[in-house]
Design a protein around this ligand. Structure first.
Ligand SMILES: [Mn+2]
Length: 392
């Protein structure tokens, strides 16, 4: 059996900022990314497409999202490609509210199949398990699953789980390390991850865990690289990494010396004269400047870049070495100020890093127009609880 594994499609995501053209094109981008994946699946003659969570961007849907999704799933059916989907933290995962899930609706319409916990599905001879989004308990969940496989004599199965390796960092829903994956080595020939939006493989030699990354940017802050899909053959155990092509996003960092408006304008003009831009491009400019005396006119710069006919432009400021108050401490960012404050709190002080990170993430999401930030808060809570357990 041959399959294509992808993740974090975030179908239905739409920014609430920028021009109408930009918002509409971005809405289409996530469906186009899935469409390209379906074509790659056909070219590679796979039997199934496996989606490791965050199929939809939101727990609710609207007619446009649903009809676009149904059209694409129908295309898979026409191509004779099965679609296997598990939920991620963005899909509806509340216990006892499964009947509200649009993924279950699509399953009932026979457009996809959803393995859940130990209710597996088969594609040919291959048994596929779906562990959904276990959140902070993902390591335990995988270890428990390894026990189940041993007891039930499961071998050569495929496991989908909405998680990635945390790389030592403590992030909500990420694996602490590779230990829980190692425990599955004798039972699973392939573990399909997600959640993190860039490519991961584990272990380095002969990997059997893959997180392909999202095929489009979830937000404009993401890396432009490592957006992939993985092709895997269960007979030969060979894998192939297929690069994806998200919308072109031109990023540039400008460092100002004197921080006068003149210097700022000159640098923006210089950047524009040196860069080829098209009407489909997104341009992100960050400007580091040394003092708080003059603040570069970002509104002017965004307007100026848009005049070149690009789809969207954003100019962000980063103040360098800002001194403030009487303690003359060097402070680089709002995030650092917040972190110092949170450390003094009674409840969150012990997990200040997690809280500060969640706060920054929530702020960015709101800025980006995301109205539902509950998943960030839930992830932070999970991380905080997980972290406390670990100390016991
Ligand atoms: Mn995601």
């Amino acid at each position: 059996m041959k399959f294509l594994h992808c993740s974090d499609l975030h179908l239905g995501k739409k920014p609430y900022f920028g021009s109408e053209d930009f918002r509409n094109k971005r809405f289409e981008d996530y469906f186009s990314a899935f469409d390209r994946i379906i074509e790659q699946a056909k070219e590679n003659e796979v039997d199934a497409i496996l989606v490791a969570g965050d199929f939809f961007d939101k727990k609710e849907t609207h007619p446009n999202i649903l009809s676009n999704t149904v059209k694409l799933l129908q295309k898979c059916k026409d191509y004779d490609i099965q679609v296997i989907v598990i939920e991620g933290n963005h899909d509806l995962i509340y216990k006892d509210r499964e009947f509200e899930s649009w993924i279950i609706y699509l399953e009932k319409e026979k457009l996809l199949r959803r393995p859940f916990k130990y209710n597996s599905v088969f594609v040919g001879e291959t048994e596929i398990f779906g562990l959904g989004y276990p959140g902070a308990f993902v390591d335990d969940e995988l270890l428990e699953f390894a026990n189940y496989c041993e007891k039930e004599n499961k071998r050569n199965c495929v496991v989908l789980v909405h998680t990635s390796l945390g790389d030592g960092e403590f992030i909500g829903g990420f694996l602490k390390n590779g230990a829980a994956l190692d425990a599955l080595k004798n039972y699973a020939i392939y573990i399909g991850g997600g959640h993190g939006h860039k490519l991961q493989k584990y272990p380095k030699e002969n990997p059997f865990f893959f997180a392909p990354g999202s095929p489009e940017y979830y937000d404009l802050g993401e890396d432009t690289q490592f957006k992939t899909a993985i092709i895997f053959d269960t007979n030969t155990k060979e894998y192939k990494i297929l690069e994806q092509s998200p919308r072109k996003c031109i990023k540039k960092n400008i460092i100002l010396q004197s921080a006068t408006q003149e210097e700022f304008r000159e640098e923006v003009e210089k950047f524009l004269s040196q860069t080829d831009v098209s009407s489909d491009d997104i341009v992100l400019l960050t400007v580091e400047f040394p003092s708080a005396v003059i603040i570069p006119d970002t509104a002017w710069a965004e307007k100026r870049i848009l005049e070149e006919g690009v789809l969207f432009a954003k100019v962000e400021l980063k103040r360098k070495h800002l001194r403030f108050g009487s303690n003359s401490a060097k402070v680089n960012s709002i995030e650092e100020i917040e972190l110092e404050q949170i450390k003094k709190w009674e409840q969150w002080g012990g997990v200040a890093e997690i809280a500060a990170k969640a706060l920054a993430e929530m702020r960015n999401s709101v800025k980006e127009g995301q109205s539902d930030i509950s998943s960030i808060f839930e992830s932070a809570l999970e991380s905080a609880i997980g972290g406390k357990n670990e100390n016991k």
